[in-house]
Design a protein around this ligand. Structure first.
Ligand SMILES: [Zn+2]
Ligand SMILES: [Zn+2]
Length: 383
């Protein structure tokens, strides 16, 4: 081999090695960049409610409905209501929508049929014409569910029961269904319809009252749930760290009532938010939370409160509902109530044994009074 030829060959080998090294570095470094997701920075602007009609814009209102959930979305003249809060706040929700000059709702999404989500939605169905009604595919055995069925029938609405992955458009935004993955959970919260709402680069996670069971199914399905703003599941009740990390929000919102009897938000959930340094907005402390997304940047009407104090259940015994229905004892009662799940059980129902003493109330009287107050019958003992 000629010297020159040999040198060229050596050089080529060197170049190849160098290229290999650069490639290896890129392969190693790029994923590191990828996983260090940049935290989104939002700014404060006190009159974002005016922006509802702006092209490419999306306003998100987390309404202060006390213990419950209600969210109004507006984008390019289209509107959507997700849940409507409990009976107490039903008229507030309707008047709030009227104040926004809303004349029709393009979508009403009822995450599940618990009273603290459904009551106000029924109020809205009475008041506004609705384009698409979206609900989970199960029937509840409560009086408020009957009222819902009645008004939906009267108005001729056929509810859509969406499947995971299904997409709907809302002005410049769109939303994608992430749950339920399956039905038939003993706890109806797990059947909640959950969505990822997207406007340009901004994503909002809204999962109703899902808990660990449904979270696991969503994780197992492998669907993308990353979002910039996370409405904490079930009013700040339990969320698994694994699930929370998959959403990896830059901001969180908790919709719960001041001094609620459930102790929402839970201490471990607040610990998790603190651990990951996620700013928090709370309807119980700040009232209605208003956000605006132009697809690139996020604006808030007020700063996050960043109050990580958990709810307190110590006042639960004094709660009016529980007091009212805790009027008997283990031997003489007609029904055993679970103050936490708001289920009515027969005395001999197997789930009564598993119920913690602090959640139990013993009630003697008419079951309809319980149904009216938002309790529902256990499906296994059928009281
Ligand atoms: Zn709820
Ligand atoms: Zn619920």
């Amino acid at each position: 081999m000629l010297r020159q030829e040999k040198e060229t060959k050596e050089m080529k080998t060197k170049m190849r090695r160098l290229l290999g090294l650069i490639l290896a570095m890129l392969l190693f470094v790029v994923p590191l960049w990828g996983c260090g997701k940049e935290k989104m920075q939002g700014s404060v602007n006190s009159d974002i409610a005016q922006k509802a009609q702006t092209a490419g814009g999306l306003t998100v209102h987390y309404l202060d409905v006390g213990q419950g959930n209600a969210i109004l979305l507006q984008s390019e003249g289209q509107t959507m209501l997700i849940d409507g809060g409990a009976r107490k706040s039903s008229s507030f929700v309707v008047s709030y929508l009227e104040k926004q000059k809303i004349e029709k709702l393009d979508y009403v999404l009822i995450s599940h049929f618990d009273e603290d989500h459904l009551s106000g939605a029924v109020g809205a169905l009475h008041k506004f014409p609705v384009g698409t009604l979206i609900t989970p595919d199960y029937e509840a055995d409560s009086n408020i569910f009957q009222s819902y069925k009645k008004i939906a029938e009267e108005k001729g609405y056929q509810a859509v029961h969406p499947k995971q992955g299904q997409e709907f458009s809302l002005g410049s935004a769109k939303f994608r269904i992430i749950s339920p993955v399956s039905y038939g959970h003993e706890d109806e919260n797990q059947d909640s319809v959950g969505i990822i709402l997207e406007n340009g680069e901004q994503k909002f996670f809204i999962g109703g009252d899902i808990g660990l069971e449904s979270e696991k199914e969503i994780l197992d399905s492998g669907v993308d749930i990353q979002a910039d703003v996370m409405l904490m599941n079930h009013h700040g009740s339990h969320v698994s760290e694994e699930f929370f990390k998959k959403v990896s929000p830059s901001y969180s919102v908790i919709s719960c009532g001041k001094d609620n009897k459930y102790g929402h938000p839970r201490a471990d959930t607040m610990e998790l938010l603190k651990k990951y340094d996620v700013p928090v907005f709370r309807t119980d402390l700040q009232g209605t939370i208003l956000m605006y997304s132009d697809g690139q940047e996020l604006t808030f009407e007020q700063e996050p409160c960043n109050d990580y104090t958990p709810g307190d259940r110590s006042g639960a015994e004094e709660d009016e509902d529980i007091q009212e229905f805790n009027n008997s004892n283990e031997q003489e009662c007609d029904f055993v109530l679970n103050a936490h799940t708001k289920k009515i059980h027969k005395k001999d129902c197997s789930s009564v044994e598993q119920m913690s003493e602090e959640n139990r109330s013993y009630y003697k009287g008419d079951i309809n009074a319980l149904l009216d107050a938002g309790y529902s019958a256990c499906k296994s003992c059928n009281p």
